[in-house]
Ligand binder design. Structure first.
Ligand SMILES: [Zn+2]
Length: 254
């Protein structure tokens, strides 16, 4: 029998049955302090690796476990988002790459015009790309609300809005891995592969959403997921245009 140091309950298990405090205490070392922080507060132990691998191999298992309120096996969607965003920023930092270069190159690859148009248009372009650079860390999050609305609409009555939000947050966050791979590829080959990585992310999204119900994917399910993505993306573009028009109208009046 051990006595809990938190609530004095006596028990012979690994954890206190009353408050969850560990009964077999580890020595206070640097290692204890760092692992207590990374494991408990960041979920960076086996939980994180298990979740990341799980989302590559069988995303529906990871997400269903969380939706069934199992919070021991996998890291939650918000924790996963925060850790992955941090990893992305660390990758940029370690590789010595600038977010602005990355976006400029992406635009060039997509054939968007560079440095053309009047001074006013150029200033506007600078403003927009500056804003995107500053908010790049949230880029994968921009689409989350729109994809959630899209899934809610095309997969009616299957899940609640909050369940869809959890599902989409996991999937969108997971695509940060493809961005990191793109950054590494650039560092090693000098070739921006961002547009291919975007395509890989899209294929991953359709595959994962398609197999969500029973872990099986068919062409029909894949294309339904693709349709969902397209509808959500159009909704996203439409919203941006609407906001842009509103800003122009309001600024024009001032
Ligand atoms: Zn206790």
């Amino acid at each position: 029998m051990e006595t809990c140091i938190n609530c004095n309950q006596e028990s012979d298990g690994n954890y206190c049955p009353n408050c969850g405090q560990k009964l077999h205490l580890k020595k206070l070392t640097i290692r204890y302090i760092s692992s207590e922080f990374t494991d408990r507060w960041l979920g960076l132990d086996t939980k994180f690796t298990r979740s990341a691998w799980g989302l590559f191999l069988h995303p529906e298992q990871v997400i269903t476990a969380y939706l069934n309120r199992n919070n021991v096996r996998y890291i939650g969607p918000l924790g996963y988002y925060i850790v992955m965003t941090a990893l992305m920023l660390i990758a940029f930092e370690l590789l010595g790459l600038e977010v602005a270069d990355f976006i400029k190159s992406t635009n060039e690859n997509l054939g968007l015009p560079q440095g053309s148009g009047s001074e006013r248009q150029l200033a506007l372009q600078e403003n927009i790309s500056g804003w995107i650079s500053r908010n790049f860390r949230f880029a994968s999050a921009f689409l989350i609300p729109f994809l959630t609305v899209g899934v809610q609409w095309l997969y009616r009555k299957k899940r609640s809005f909050l369940e869809n939000l959890v599902l989409i947050t996991y999937l969108q966050t997971h695509t940060i891995w493809f961005l990191i791979v793109g950054l590494l590829a650039f560092k090693w080959t000098g070739f921006w592969v961002s547009q291919y990585m975007t395509l890989v992310s899209l294929i991953y999204f359709c595959w994962a959403l398609g197999r969500f119900d029973d872990g099986k994917i068919t062409f029909r399910k894949f294309f339904k997921a693709l349709l969902t993505w397209i509808v959500s993306y159009l909704l996203f573009i439409f919203t941006i245009l609407l906001v842009a028009i509103l800003i122009v109208v309001l600024v024009g009046e001032i």
